[in-house]
Design a protein around this ligand. Structure first.
Ligand SMILES: Cc1cc2nc3c(=O)[nH]c(=O)nc-3n(C[C@H](O)[C@H](O)[C@H](O)COP(=O)(O)O)c2cc1C
Length: 439
């Protein structure tokens, strides 16, 4: 029996506190050269795809732009279209919102990417509905949260009708008869639904994959159901062994209801990693990265999101002050709000007292260490074990440095996964669907 294969993707370090922009090795997050370097590294490592996230509004902290993290992220499909020209096999996945776009327009852009890249396009369908982001758009925060996946479902159904509307053999190019498109080969799309009304014909022939690969990245029950019904890949935060197994079983169980088999949906948690020549080196490297990720101001900013107060007067290297959280309103906007701030604050206080942690040490502790820490051998083994144990079908690697953060992984971990027979030695197909073993 052939070994279950690991799927790997590369996340371009983005707007989050994983990305260490203060490191001297860190480069631009917007120069095209950075995207090219990381994408080419991913392709050298034979990864399935390159992934870009999306942020449609700059995050704010205490009413000011939150610039402790990298700020300023270019538009994904434009970047991916440019990358299509400098890569050959790598899948190109872009996050684009189903709330703030129109199906006809986005279906065109995604189909174009699939044509330009010869079958390597993927769409990560996100559904952010918050009014804060909505202020940047024509109709403002018009979508009630309860409708986010209803709109996304109708959006995707309509996009599929558009993508499928040209017959595969539509283009005839027959100078003798003067026929460019076969008569009747372009179907009419007539859609009238709760969110969209479209009547017309799609402007593009069927693309090499027919439709882009669909990725989903939301964690609610509705999000999981949407993924089970529609997605080819789930990007999830559930990256640990036990948590991963639970999530995997939960989502794969939902597929039968939609007449789908377990292999038709790949589960790929986003994970971080820290490598070293020995286990001790790796642990030291991991701790160093965590201290870079949680600098003094970042530690205070994290605290403020839970306490809901201005905490800037406190020393981040000192103890947690004896002050209760203000639960009246949050201080940050554009981030997923923290649930049960009173409970979180009590838990953090107990932990800080028990372990004698400073504010910064506490934030380092509670914001989680890297998913995989170890020598290249142990990280390759762990990745393979997670996949064989059905905790995942693979991983979206989130490096902490732009643009060189994937080099060591590709040079040292990928060859060991290949030796284990768990990862391809070369691409065997041309399209992203081929890489993902999807029909
Ligand atoms: C791993 C992960 C990555 C995400 N990346 C993005 C992103 O780049 N841009 C975005 O607008 N939302 C992102 N989201 C959130 C989505 O907008 C999601 O559709 C939204 O949170 C609603 O989903 P839910 O209620 O099912 O969690 C991400 C979510 C997860 C779990």
């Amino acid at each position: 029996m052939t070994r279950k294969q690991v799927h790997l993707a590369a996340h371009f370090p983005g707007v989050n506190n994983t990305t260490v922009w203060t490191d001297p090795r860190s480069g631009s997050q917007i120069d095209f050269a950075s995207f090219v370097q990381l994408a080419r590294t991913a392709e050298r490592g034979k990864l399935d795809f390159f992934f870009l996230a999306e942020g449609l509004r700059l995050r704010e902290l205490k009413g000011r732009i939150h610039d402790l993290d990298v700020v300023g992220r270019p538009e994904a499909l434009t970047v991916l279209s440019a990358l299509a020209a400098v890569t050959d096999r790598l899948g190109l996945a872009g996050t684009v919102n189903a709330t703030f776009n129109e199906p006809y327009e986005l279906a065109r852009r995604l189909s174009t990417l699939d044509h330009l890249s010869e079958g390597r396009a993927a769409w990560n369908v996100v559904t952010t509905s918050d009014a804060f982001t909505g202020e940047n758009f024509r109709r403002g925060g018009f979508l009630d949260r309860a409708y986010r996946y209803k709109r996304a479902t109708e959006f995707l159904r309509l996009a599929r009708e558009l993508w499928d509307s040209w017959r595969p053999d539509a283009i005839a190019v027959d100078p003798e008869t003067g026929t460019f498109v076969r008569p009747g080969a372009i179907g009419a799309v007539e859609h009238s639904g709760e969110h969209f009304t479209v009547q017309g014909q799609f402007t593009l022939p069927r693309s090499p994959q027919g439709r882009p690969v669909i990725i989903q990245a939301g964690d609610s029950d509705e999000g999981r159901e949407f993924a089970a019904a529609n997605a080819d890949v789930i990007f999830t935060p559930h990256g640990s062994l036990e948590d991963g197994k639970r999530f995997y079983a939960d989502v794969k169980r939902r597929l039968a209801k939609y007449g789908r088999g377990p292999h038709q949906l790949k589960i790929m948690p986003g994970v971080t990693f820290a490598l070293g020549d020995t286990e001790e080196d790796a642990a030291e490297n991991a701790a160093h990265i965590r201290r870079q990720q949680v600098g003094p101001q970042t530690a205070i900013a994290f605290l403020e999101q839970v306490w809901g107060r201005d905490m800037s007067a406190y020393d981040p290297e000192g103890p947690l002050p004896d002050i209760e959280p203000d639960l009246s309103e949050g201080v940050s906007q554009g981030r997923v709000p923290i649930k049960d701030r009173a409970g979180v604050a009590a838990k953090w206080r107990a932990l800080a007292e028990e372990k004698g942690l400073s504010i910064r040490e506490l934030v380092i502790e509670v914001t989680g260490r890297q998913t995989f820490i170890g020598t290249p051998e142990s990280v390759a083994r762990l990745i393979d074990e997670h996949v064989q144990a059905d905790a995942a079908d693979g991983f979206i690697l989130v490096p902490h440095l732009t643009p060189g953060g994937l080099d060591e992984f590709v040079d040292r971990v990928v060859p060991l996964l290949q030796e284990r027979g768990a990862f391809r030695a070369d691409y065997t197909g041309a399209t992203l669907r081929d890489h993902l073993e999807l029909a």
